[in-house]
Design a protein around this ligand. Structure first.
Ligand SMILES: Nc1nc2c(c(=O)[nH]1)N[C@H]1C(S)=C(S)[C@@H](COP(=O)(O)OP(=O)(O)OC[C@H]3O[C@@H](n4cnc5c(=O)[nH]c(N)nc54)[C@H](O)[C@@H]3O)O[C@H]1N2
Ligand SMILES: Nc1nc2c(c(=O)[nH]1)N[C@H]1C(S)=C(S)[C@@H](COP(=O)(O)OP(=O)(O)OC[C@H]3O[C@@H](n4cnc5c(=O)[nH]c(N)nc54)[C@H](O)[C@@H]3O)O[C@H]1N2
Ligand code: SF4
Ligand SMILES: [Mo]
Length: 704
């Protein structure tokens, strides 16, 4: 039977609406849903891969356990009963013998794209309130959370660029044309950028590489990796110095701008020019244009978050928006009001309430930086991690010095992975628990409606029935939690399914039973393309989560970190090479290289090097070369490109699939190398503990 299903694509933050046509148990076609009020029919090439994920013969359908035969390792399918019992027993045994901190947890990026994992992980984790919790947050957006916590009182209250109504967009360290947007749910961003410039608006991109986004921009300026905090400080300094700062409608509830202005005095556009590579006249010109625009946006993403001054960057970006009255202004950056308001539903978060055992790095939101995971496993003593739970994560390929982690995992007494694949990380597990495929469960974007350029809501029913003998991610968490609860003598709780929680969240949310919309799950089921709740609206000061409903820009921690930043004024550094990453629209971090349609064509895991740097190193396009850092070295193929600035080399992350035991046939055939084998677990943003996977000092030489 032919059927058309409405479905949200969960693969990236753009959350595009899809129409999926099936015939019996087969997907026949996947297209964009023109009636989706947010994505308006847009899709990217990855959407088609939803079918490939579903059909992939390498995707695990049954739990497996590792069986060692001398040195040989094989995997045996086991029943859910055995897999869940063993997992709960082993975790509990290690917990009882060594204490709760002996349990480590790492949760990866797809967790936030899978709402059942978000709603139900605590069914298990509430029993293991370990200090050794980690996630992809600390190789990604941790500085954004801190800036929001410090300024707006809640870690997840993010200002969202209102691209469709802006006049001037200053973008640093983001490449939405490839990434489809991040902390900014903006489907069809390419067309929105074109519309912006067509109506006379300007997009100014600051990036060490002339990216796909930079190619659409009105202006692009190269910047030396890791020097954005200096540039942003100089931009804000210029705004104050030239009397261009005016918080306009925000003035009645904004404090501390004078203190910030005074602290920025040393960072003039002239003083930072050598270190950033951006001429003082350019910086001053951008400041003037920004202030003169009717509505302007300053936005920075991965590239300015995962670098040595990530937290200062994200704080400065928001202070620039505040100081010019562009926060909470149509055409500037606004807060959303999502139908299920997870910002209001969850706690505000906190910082530095405990520190890691070995290196003393700060927690954020009860998680420690992923960069300390290996040492917390290998360093003896009380509180050492002996058992590890990974869920929807591949830290061996995605966290700095992944090689060290790869080796550290071998020292664990027990490891379990909630994951559909036997990959670089899960190969170390004793048990792998594979969930249902994405098309076999329902979906609601708890996470990404919070970051969307328009308030909308949408619920997707499963496309296929769940196969017999399979469990959803949330059911696995629940089943494990039940076992632990029973062993600890706790009364069983009545489980609620994720969609029931969403139903309640909608009814008690801002468009729920007390509003004219009266939204609930039934409304969304009756409107499968989604419900439009309108453009973003000014909501300040009411939407603030600060106790006094005011914004204090003079945040002590980043202000104090300006002293460290002064050390960077000295100049352009050592003249050595700096490594940055890059994303391609057909990649998705480390886990979507097993689908032929996405990886066919030329090899994408190449090192981009400026021709002048190739000459300097006696290399030419296509050569094999040795790329080394403090932590290790890789053999890479170099690609000549003047899209990177001299002194900068670029390698994508998420490759390096040819390791023993990895069961990813297609990915292994185009394995590439993992750039995180040479990123550095010691190269961090010292303030936040976030990994600095960008700007890593490296050396290049001909392969011998
Ligand atoms: N196709 C695809 N889409 C994705 C993903 C994917 O892997 N593939 N991943 C998803 C995830 S998890 C995320 S977090 C988002 C990320 O979304 P984005 O942040 O938009 O994506 P990136 O391509 O990482 O962009 C970072 C940019 O920073 C630049 N950069 C590096 N170092 C510096 C620096 O020091 N200063 C400045 N100014 N720029 C710098 C890089 O050249 C790059 O252009 O993308 C999401 N979407
Ligand atoms: N050098 C460098 N390193 C980086 C980055 C960079 O730009 N440069 N980007 C960083 C960023 S932004 C991020 S977010 C991290 C990502 O880091 P991670 O989240 O650790 O890695 P992913 O590659 O997203 O791996 C996702 C895993 O989840 C599994 N999975 C997919 N869907 C599901 C599901 O529905 N349920 C379950 N249980 N499992 C699922 C996949 O099989 C895979 O094992 O990488 C970071 N690392
Ligand atoms: S842009 Fe993102 S959400 Fe949209 S189809 Fe592509 S992967 Fe899916
Ligand atoms: Mo990410």
């Amino acid at each position: 039977m032919r059927q058309t299903h409405y479905r949200a694509c969960h693969l990236c933050e753009a959350i595009c609406g899809l129409l999926i046509e099936t015939e019996d148990a087969r997907v026949v076609s996947i297209k964009g849903d023109p009636d989706d009020p947010l994505s308006r029919g847009h899709i990217c090439p990855k959407a088609i891969a939803l079918r490939d994920i579903h059909e992939d013969p390498d995707r695990l359908r049954r739990p497996v356990k590792k069986v060692r035969d001398g040195d040989a390792v094989r995997w045996e399918e086991i029943s859910w009963q055995e897999a869940l019992d063993t997992t709960a027993e082993r975790l509990l045994a290690i917990y009882r013998e060594h204490g709760v901190d002996a349990i480590g947890i790492y949760m990866g990026n797809p967790t936030v794209h899978n709402y059942g994992m978000m709603t139900h992980q605590n069914n298990l984790f509430r029993f293991f309130r370990t200090k050794n919790r980690f996630s992809a947050t600390s190789v990604d957006q941790l500085p954004h959370h801190l800036a929001s916590l410090w300024l707006f009182g809640h870690k997840s209250l993010f200002p969202i660029p209102d691209i469709d109504r802006t006049d001037y967009f200053l973008m640093l360290g983001a490449n939405p044309v490839a990434s489809n947007g991040s902390i900014w749910t903006v489907p069809d961003v390419r067309r929105r950028i074109k519309d912006l410039t067509a109506r006379g608006g300007r997009l100014v991109v600051i990036d060490p590489r002339r990216t796909e986004t930079a190619q659409l921009a009105s202006e692009h300026h190269f910047i030396r990796p890791g020097s954005d905090a200096l540039f942003l400080a100089a931009l804000l300094n210029t705004l104050f110095d030239e009397k261009l700062a005016d918080p306009r409608q925000l003035a009645p509830f904004v404090d501390g701008l004078d203190t910030v202005a005074a602290a920025l005095a040393p960072f003039t556009a002239e003083a930072v020019a050598d270190a950033t590579g951006i001429a003082a006249a350019t910086t001053r010109g951008i400041a003037r244009d920004f202030a003169a625009a009717g509505a302007a946006i300053c936005y920075g993403r991965m590239g300015v978050s995962t670098q040595a001054f990530g937290a200062v960057c994200q704080w400065l970006i928001q202070v620039i928006n505040i100081a010019t009255g562009n926060l909470d202004r149509p055409g500037g950056s606004l807060f959303t009001l999502p139908a299920m308001d997870q910002v209001s539903n969850i706690g505000p978060g906190g910082f530095n309430r405990h520190r890691s055992r070995v290196r003393g790095l700060p927690e954020f939101d009860r998680e420690l930086p992923a960069a300390v995971m290996a040492e917390e496993i290998t360093t003896p003593g009380e509180g050492r991690v002996r058992a590890l739970f990974t869920g929807a994560g591949n830290p061996v390929l995605s966290t700095p010095n992944g090689r060290a982690l790869d080796e550290a995992f071998e020292q664990l007494e027990f490891m379990v992975s909630l994951d559909p694949y036997l990959n670089e990380t899960t190969r170390h597990a004793d048990i792998i628990l594979p969930p249902t495929s994405p098309l076999e469960h329902d979906h609601y974007d708890i996470g990404f409606h919070i970051n969307a350029i328009r308030n909308t809501a949408r619920y997707s029913e499963p496309v296929f029935d769940k196969p017999e003998g399979s469990l959803h991610d949330w059911e696995i968490f629940t089943a494990l939690g039940e076992r632990v609860a029973a062993a600890l003598g706790e009364e069983p709780r009545k489980p609620m399914a994720p969609h029931e929680m969403v139903d309640l969240g909608l009814q008690f949310g801002p468009y729920g039973r007390d509003s004219e919309h009266r939204l609930d799950l039934a409304t969304l089921k009756a409107n499968p393309s989604g419900v439009d709740l309108g453009p973003l609206k000014p909501q300040l000061p009411e939407r603030l989560f600060t106790a006094n409903k005011r914004i204090d820009c003079a945040v002590p921690l980043p202000l104090a970190d300006l002293e460290r930043l002064r050390g960077e004024l000295a100049g352009a550094g050592d003249g050595g090479l700096r490594l940055i990453g890059r994303r391609h629209v057909r990649d998705n971090n480390s886990w979507m290289h097993n689908y032929h349609r996405l990886v066919k064509g030329r090899d994408r895991c190449t090192l981009l090097v400026h021709p002048a740097d190739l000459d300097r190193h006696g290399l030419k396009d296509g050569d094999s070369a040795r790329l080394a850092s403090r932590t290790g070295e890789l053999t890479v193929t170099v690609e000549a490109s003047d899209s990177v600035m001299p002194g900068v080399v670029s390698l994508p992350h998420g490759y390096g699939h040819d390791r023993d035991g990895v069961r990813l046939g297609t990915a292994r055939a185009k394995a590439g190398v993992s750039c995180n084998d040479i990123t550095d677990d010691r190269w961090l943003d010292a303030l936040s503990g976030n990994a600095a996977v960008n700007g890593v000092p490296v050396t290049l030489a001909a392969a011998s």
